[in-house]
Write a protein that binds this ligand. Sequence first.
Ligand SMILES: [Zn+2]
Length: 599
Amino acid sequence: MALTLEQLNRATPEQALQWLDGLYEHSPWVLGQALSERPFLSLAHLRHALAQVVRRAGADAQRGLIRAHPELAGPAMLAHSLSAASAREQTQAGLAQCSAEELARLRQLDADYQARFGFPFILALRGPRGSGLTRQQILACFARRLDNPPDFEHAEALRQIHRIAELRLNDRFGAQPRLGNDLWDWHERLAAHSDPGFAEQGQLTVTYLTDAHRACARTLSDWMRACGFDEVHIDAVGNVVGRYHASDPHARALLTGSHYDTVRNGGKYDGRLGILVPMVCVRELQRAGRRLPFGIEVVAFAEEEGQRYQTAFLGSGALIGQFDPAWLAQQDADGITLRSAMQQAGLCVADIARLQRDPARYLGFVEVHIEQGPVLGALDLPLGVVSSINGGLRLSGEIQGLASHAGTTPMGRRRDAALAVAELALYVEQRAAQDGDSVGTIGLLEVPGGSVNVVPGRCRFSLDLRAPVDAQRDALARDVLAQLERIAARRGLRYQLAETMRVAAAPCAPAWQRRWERAVARLGLPVWRMPSGAGHDAMQLHAIMPQAMLFVRGENAGISHNPLESTTSDDMQLAAEAFTELLHQLAEEQAEEPTGKAV
Ligand SMILES: [Zn+2]
């Protein structure tokens, strides 16, 4: 019979240890220490406590924990001496049925891996959905992780160990991430639509108004109807809009959503998670026959990534009345204008102006998004509360020195343009780090017409600076530009700089940020506040109503804009639970204050 949290909280330490024996392979100390933190409010709380024990234990104990794990399809499996849990996991993954060729490949990978890292390769074989990885996926992951730097791989091994424990815990408690699994399956099915040229290679690319893009819109609107939304339509820029009515027809609505377009060869979760999480929550409300004292409007934004045309945030921009008719003349790489793409898709350009929302009819805007960074993963936290969406500044520059002979120009007599940019890049690294939460990047650095035997006479570069508040970003920019001035003067160089983009920071509305914080805390998880380094649709809505965002941890150290972008069904389950908590809070607040004055 499945264990309950109440039983675990009440049990003697000996009993609890016995019930959860083998959660961490041959390492009962992890559980032993975590149990002292009872009572646990939730399984998520228990999982986090376990991970914290391992974090605090230090590198030596962590290596011991990693080494306590068996090799995949290794001698222990063949000699039937694995722990029961490991044996089951390896057998379910089909590792007992490896062909001779696959076994040989595994052995080779294992030898290379052990030689490089000094510990066995560890992978949660049941994968992010808990239903199992294929042998092919296992081998591919093995090969990929061989290239990781040692400290990164050490952390990855620990993350996999925690994931194995999470799945084993689910088994002991009979817990299934039911909503998370549905979310997982929806993401997979939506990712079946991809633009030509990418689809054939198994890559996900969905750019504005392509056939794949329109198929996504149709799929989403079909799903919204099946979820029980009262009104569903595709609007004049291709946004899919679903409305779930309030108990009171005059009540205001909560606006939420994210984008369904992708970057080229992107991930399955960027944007889509913020559409599907509220959708599954509405489905649950509808199944329970529940109406809230406010409406819920979920918008799947058609365009955010700016891939096909030079117009990022076209979807959410239309909701704040920010559609410039001049954009209609823009052409894509094939010379198709935005206007004709929209006409071909059956969109009515004349209606775009009418998409602008009246803020008086809304409580606010919330957005769930995959983190797209490594912070939550490093903290063993599934959810994070966004404090602000960073303001950004982009500049493009060129430095001119003197191209001269690499052999005859003495080091002290050079006017090397590339070295000036190199020096500036090091300064940006150090100065941005000083703030703690600013970031600065020189992502483009090129020597036009450069040659192996010529001192660089010109160097073009880009500068991208971001911070949670505009004043902090501007101070960073001032210091960086002053440093550039000094470097150029000292090295005898000239330079030009042009601002190419400036976006104001969008601090999350404090009252809404607190609602996310309470939602996370009610799940038994510590509240972690963090700025968003990436831009999001919420930045646009920020112009007309209060907004706040929730981040969900990504797998693979949070990699994004990359096919490896992923999350687990357990983390998505928690995102859906947090969203539901937020709805409950709003409902309670509305009941207390019938005028519906949300701030
Ligand atoms: Zn996104």
